[in-house]
Write a new protein. Structure first.
Ligand SMILES: Cc1cc2nc3c(=O)[nH]c(=O)nc-3n(C[C@H](O)[C@H](O)[C@H](O)COP(=O)(O)OP(=O)(O)OC[C@H]3O[C@@H](n4cnc5c(N)ncnc54)[C@H](O)[C@@H]3O)c2cc1C
Length: 403
C-alpha cells in the first residue's frame, strides 16, 4: 500500500495517522480536515475552554513536533465532497482530488439544529472550537442562557454557565433527563443537582419556536410558557457526517456501516470514531459510539485492518467508556447502559453524590456508571469485558459484600 488518505482531522483521524506510522506505514499519508485548525480535543469545549479557564491552545491534540513526525500531506480547511471508490479517489471542495490505496473515514458527527433557527443570532450548537469561542464571547456579555436538551453536552453547558454566574434555564423533552441512558433514579439525581446549583429546569416540554427578529429573544415551549433568553445553546444530539459518501457505494446505516474489524462494504476503506457503526462482538451488538476513548481506540483497530489488507485484521471488541464533568461531579460510564433489564446501586448513594451502579442484561453484567468513583469504574470496565453473571458481580462489588 503506497498511499493512504484520512478524511477528518480530529481525534480519530489523528490517532489513525499515528497508528499507521507506528505500524510501519511509510507511504504517502494525506489528512483532509474541513476545519481550519490543527486537531484539537472537544471535551474541553463544554468545560474548561467555555468556562474561560483554558485558552484554545490548551485543547490542542498536537504536542511539540508530534504532527511533523507523521510527515502528513495535511489539507486543512478542505472538505471532502465525494468519494469515487471505483477509481479510489477522494474529491475535495476546491475541485482537486486525492488518490488512495487505503482510506480511513473519520468525519465524526454534526449537531442537529432546531428548524427555523438558521442564521438567527444568539442561537448556537456546540461541536467545534469556533462554536465554543462564539458561545464564550456571547457569555461574556452576561446573557440569560437557555439550553435546549439536558443530555450530557447540554448539562455540561448548563453547569459551565452556572459556574460563570449566569442565569440558566435548561429545557428537556423527557420527564426525567437521560432516563433511557442511565435509568430514572440516576436521571432524577442529576436533575436535582442542576436544580440545587440554580438551574431552572423545565422537564417534559418541547420547544415550539425560538422567537426573535434576527436575534433570539425567547424560547416558546410546548406547554405554552415562554423562556426569555439572550443566548440559546441547542444540544439535541448529532448525526453522523456521511453526506459526502452518497453514491460512493460505501454502505451507510446510522453512520458508516462496518463489520467487526471496522472494514466498510468497500475494499480498502475503513472507518472509526463517531461516524462509524460496527459489530462489537463483546456485546454481540452493532453500535455507534460517540465517546472520546472509542474514537481513539477504534482508529487504531481500523488502521490495523487497513494495513492487513482484504479480509485481514482483528475484530474491534471494546467496552465503551465515557465521562462527563458537571460541577463537582465526575460521571463515568462503561459498557452498555441503555436497554438494561436489571440495575443496582452497589456502593454509595445518590444523596451523597458518590456511587457506583451496575447494569445487567439477560443475567449478565453489561454496564456500570459511577459518580465520583473513578477507580472503581475502571475496575468494572475490565470486568465487563467478560460479561460475568450479574448477581455475582453485584454481590462482589457491594459495599456490604465481599468487595
Ligand atoms: C463539546 C463536546 C464535549 C465532549 N465531551 C466529551 C466527554 O466529556 N467525554 C467523552 O467521552 N466524549 C466527549 N465528547 C465526544 C468526543 O469529543 C467525540 O466522541 C470525538 O470528538 C469523536 O472524534 P472523531 O474524530 O470521531 O469525530 P470529530 O471529533 O467530530 O471529528 C471529525 C472531523 O472531521 C471533519 N470533517 C467532517 N466532514 C468532513 C469532510 N467531508 N471532509 C473533511 N473533514 C470533515 C470535521 O470538521 C471534524 O473536524 C464531547 C464532544 C463535544 C462536541
Amino acid at each position: 500500500m503506497k498511499a493512504i488518505v484520512v478524511v477528518g482531522a480530529s481525534l480519530a483521524g489523528l490517532r489513525g495517522a499515528e497508528a499507521l506510522r507506528q505500524q510501519g506505514f511509510d507511504g504517502t499519508l494525506t489528512m483532509i480536515g474541513a476545519e481550519p485548525h490543527l486537531p484539537y480535543d472537544r471535551p474541553p469545549l463544554s468545560k474548561e475552554v467555555l468556562r474561560g479557564t483554558w485558552e484554545p491552545e490548551q485543547a490542542s491534540l498536537v504536542r511539540g513536533d508530534n504532527i511533523d513526525k507523521l510527515e502528513l500531506d495535511l489539507r486543512l480547511g478542505r472538505r471532502a465532497t465525494s468519494l469515487d471508490t471505483g477509481r479510489r479517489r477522494v474529491e475535495l471542495d476546491d475541485g482537486s482530488a486525492v488518490s488512495y490505496d487505503g482510506l480511513l473515514i473519520a468525519t465524526g458527527a454534526t449537531p442537529r439544529r432546531l428548524p427555523g433557527t438558521d442564521g438567527m443570532e444568539g442561537v448556537h450548537t456546540l461541536r467545534t472550537l469556533d462554536d465554543c469561542l462564539a458561545i464564550r464571547a456571547g457569555l461574556e456579555r452576561g446573557p440569560r442562557v437557555a439550553v435546549v436538551g439536558a443530555g450530557f453536552i447540554g448539562a455540561e453547558v448548563a453547569a459551565t454557565c452556572r459556574q460563570r454566574g449566569l442565569d440558566v434555564t435548561m429545557i428537556e423533552m423527557l420527564p426525567v433527563p437521560l432516563e433511557p441512558a442511565v435509568g430514572a433514579d440516576v436521571g432524577e439525581a442529576l436533575a436535582a443537582v442542576h436544580r440545587d446549583e440554580g438551574v431552572d429546569l423545565r422537564l417534559g416540554v418541547g420547544v415550539d419556536a425560538i422567537e426573535g427578529d434576527g436575534r433570539v429573544e425567547a424560547v416558546r415551549l410546548s406547554d405554552g410558557s415562554r423562556v426569555e433568553a439572550d443566548l440559546v445553546v441547542v444540544g439535541v444530539g448529532v448525526a453522523p457526517e456521511t453526506g459526502w459518501l452518497e453514491g460512493s457505494g460505501v454502505k451507510v446505516d446510522d453512520g458508516v456501516a462496518c463489520d467487526a474489524r471496522c472494514a466498510t462494504s468497500v475494499p480498502g476503506v475503513v472507518a472509526a470514531g463517531d461516524v462509524a457503526s460496527w459489530h462489537n462482538r463483546t456485546f454481540d451488538e452493532t453500535m455507534r459510539v460517540e465517546h472520546w476513548s472509542n474514537a481513539a481506540e477504534q482508529a487504531r483497530a481500523a488502521t490495523s485492518t487497513l494495513l492487513a489488507g482484504d479480509g485481514g485484521g482483528d475484530p474491534f471488541e471494546s467496552v465503551p467508556f465515557f465521562w462527563s464533568d458537571q460541577y463537582d461531579l465526575k460521571i463515568q460510564s462503561a459498557g452498555r447502559l441503555a436497554g438494561a433489564d436489571a440495575s443496582r446501586i452497589v456502593s454509595g448513594s445518590l444523596e451523597t453524590r458518590r456511587f457506583l451502579k451496575l447494569y445487567g442484561r439477560g443475567g449478565r453484567l453489561v454496564g456500570a456508571l459511577a459518580v465520583n468513583e473513578p477507580r472503581r469504574l475502571m475496575v468494572m470496565r475490565r470486568q465487563i469485558r467478560a460479561l460475568p453473571d450479574f448477581d455475582e458481580a453485584v454481590a462482589a462489588a457491594s459495599d456490604d459484600g465481599s468487595a
